[in-house]
Ligand binder design. Structure first.
Ligand code: ADP
Ligand code: MG
Length: 616
């Protein structure tokens, strides 16, 4: 294998990052001589440059304002969304162009992409040091719930760091690849990944050498950091009880409390009880005490329970039960917490798999994927899923799904639409993501306009809108009017993304409102249909009077009034019944009339139940 063919795997974590590669003897995390494989995802500004990794992490306590951590939480997200997050961070985050954010350090500001790029640059450097040759290509992992803009931001960070990002894959999926290596059995696998800042659970089916992700669920705001925060708060209370005058709310004191809490937590993964010591030299304050694993368990139990709620959701989405899961894979540093292991074991009724280092398993899986892409052994195929349905806005604000949630990647779908106004020369394509029936309840992903349509009667244009989600989960939408060949030159600027929590909420909402939505949506669709039919009938009215008896035309008029009346109500089935009756009455007319335009309208009623994108 030539040097340039090396594709390393990078786990770009919220808390820690590392790289791995496949060597002659198998996959291995990359350790520069004398250093650890794991590098804290922390940056500290020092003069015109950066301290990166462990050295920067030390600075987090010493100079919180110039030390940046958890950058991953900021990737591809906008200021409004991040408000709560920003309030908790110890460095400054400011709103920037297009709703995005920049991190301020003194006079300078940096985008999350640039900051992530610094981490990647350091990972690249360390990898080159470990391997002894240059590295140009990488597979980078992201949480399963990263949406389009977050994946794009990650890709951009790689590019800024001088890496060719050949593939972006989901972290749980990477872990599954790592465990799937040399295991040739079939079954259902759950990957439980609890890191510092994110939680993901994925269900994968393994059959022969083929992995398929059945469902994913999670929470991008749940992890070991939250354990630390709870423990830090507990420490704060204890210190305050002992030293009522202590000033523990400064950034420095807060960071110190967090650091102490984390060490305590890690100790308690091994020991049942341990001591702590807090030094605040500025205040001449020294506090110490003891903490038991029981006490820690009590604090974090609700958070652990939340991860199990996610597990339930993932099982539900896959239509599986916990008993059907044959293998449970533990990933992420926080999966070392004994309570987490115990609860996961209890939930699935089986001992979780911890044979691969939970810190390294994601990078190892990414490295194997990279190796495969470089042309190495290709023993298995991998499929990820789209977390929420993708589609576009159609007449009356309805959400027309083109790609359903939990569809495996890559995915492609197309649908034909038409116009509903004569001589319309442009249509707007509004792209949404969600599970509800109306776009007002979904998340907008972007929009574009197909312009320059030649004037045609309504219903004549054939507008093919196609959605394509590539293997990285990135969406491209295009539109083409088939008769004229007009194509939209589109740029979908994805708006900021969804968290696992949001996805939960959206899913729950969609269950709760499923019936309401469906009725309302059907009413809108049938009303639109009735309008189209009425227009057709009016256009053909002269022909109708000539061809049909006055009794027949009178009945049609009567039935039209009836349809109008029922259309005011809220019973879609009643409306459908009246429409069908009107359809039967106008059938002879439809068969006989020659007016092309009217035929088009009527055909719309008989053949085509879809309606067109919003006119404009
Ligand atoms: P991320 O994927 O978010 O980068 P990691 O998988 O590296 O995170 O996990 C980091 C988290 O794991 C931190 O919250 C850290 O405190 C925690 N952690 C690491 N080792 C242990 C341990 N032995 N016991 C408990 N928590 C641990
Ligand atoms: Mg991780």
């Amino acid at each position: 294998m030539s040097e340039l063919e090396t594709i390393i795997g990078i786990d770009l974590g919220t808390t820690n990052s590392l790289a791995a590669t496949v060597l002659e003897h198998g996959p291995e995390a990359l350790r520069p001589p004398g250093a650890e494989a794991i590098m804290p995802s922390v940056l500290s500004r020092s003069g015109q440059g950066w301290l990166v990794g462990a050295a920067a992490r030390e600075e987090r306590t010493r100079s919180p304002e110039t030390t940046v951590y958890s950058v991953k939480r900021l990737m591809g997200r906008d200021a409004e969304y991040l408000a709560d997050e920003i309030a908790r961070l110890h460095y400054r985050v400011e709103p920037a162009m297009r709703g995005l954010v920049r991190v301020r350090i003194g006079e300078e500001t940096f985008t999350p992409q640039e900051l992530s790029a610094e981490l990647l640059r350091e990972i690249k450097r360390r990898s080159e040091e470990a391997l002894g040759h240059p590295v140009a290509k990488a597979v980078i992992t992201v949480p399963a719930y990263f949406d389009d803009s977050q994946r794009q931001a990650t890709r951009d960070a790689g590019r800024i760091a001088g890496l060719d990002v050949v593939r972006i894959i989901n972290e749980p999926t990477a872990a599954a690849i790592a465990y799937g290596l040399d295991q040739k059995k079939s079954g259902l696998v759950a990957v439980y990944d609890l890191g510092g800042g994110t939680f993901d659970i994925s269900l994968l089916s393994l059959s022969g050498k083929v992995f398929k992700v059945l469902s994913t669920h999670g929470d991008t705001h749940l992890g070991g950091d939250d354990f630390d925060r709870l423990l830090a708060e507990e420490l704060r209370q204890r210190v305050l009880a002992e030293h009522p005058g202590a000033e523990l709310d400064s950034p420095l004191a807060a960071a110190l409390l967090l650091k102490t809490a984390e060490l305590l937590k890690i100790d308690l993964s091994r020991a049942l009880e341990t001591g702590y010591e807090l030094d605040l030299p500025g205040q001449g304050l020294r506090a110490s005490g003891r903490m038991t694993r029981e006490e820690l368990n009590e604090l974090i139990a609700p958070l652990v329970e939340r991860t199990l709620d996610s597990a339930r959701q993932a099982l539900k989405a896959a239509g599986k039960s916990a008993e059907e899961v044959q293998d449970v894979v533990m990933v992420g540093g926080s999966s070392r917490v004994p309570l987490v292991r115990e609860e996961v074991e209890r939930f699935f009724g089986r001992r979780p798999n911890i044979s691969i280092n939970p810190d390294e398993v994601v990078a190892v899986g990414a490295a194997i994927q990279g190796h495969l892409l470089a042309g190495g052994r290709r023993d298995f195929l991998l499929l990820d899923v789209i977390p929420l349905s993708l589609g576009l806005e159609t007449l009356g604000g309805t959400f027309s799904k083109l790609i359903m949630g939990n569809t495996t990647l890559p995915a492609q779908a197309g649908e034909l639409f038409t116009t509903h106004v004569d001589n319309q020369t442009g249509v707007d394509v509004n792209i949404y993501q969600g599970e509800r029936e109306f776009v007002k309840d979904c998340r907008s992903l972007g929009r574009f306009r197909l312009k320059g349509l030649p004037p045609m009667p309504a219903g004549l244009p054939r507008i093919n809108v196609s959605f394509e989600v590539d293997a990285n989960g990135i969406l491209t939408v295009s539109a083409r009017e088939e008769r004229s060949g007009t194509e939209a030159s589109i740029e979908v600027i994805p708006s900021h993304g969804l968290t696992g929590e949001e996805i939960d909420r959206i899913m729950e909402d969609s269950y709760e409102h499923a019936m309401d939505d469906l009725n309302e949506r059907q009413m809108v669709e049938f009303r639109n249909m009735a309008d189209a039919v009425f227009r057709g009938i009016e256009k053909a009215w002269e022909d109708a009077e000539r061809m049909l008896s006055s009794e027949a035309t009178g009945m049609i008029r009567q039935q039209m009034d009836k349809v109008r009346q029922v259309a005011q109500g809220s019973d879609p089935l009643a409306l459908k019944r009246e429409m069908d009756l009107l359809g039967r009455m106008t059938q002879p007319l439809a068969d006989a009339i020659i007016s092309k335009a009217a035929l088009t309208e009527l055909r719309k009623f008989y053949e085509d139940t879809g309606s067109g994108p919003e006119s404009g």
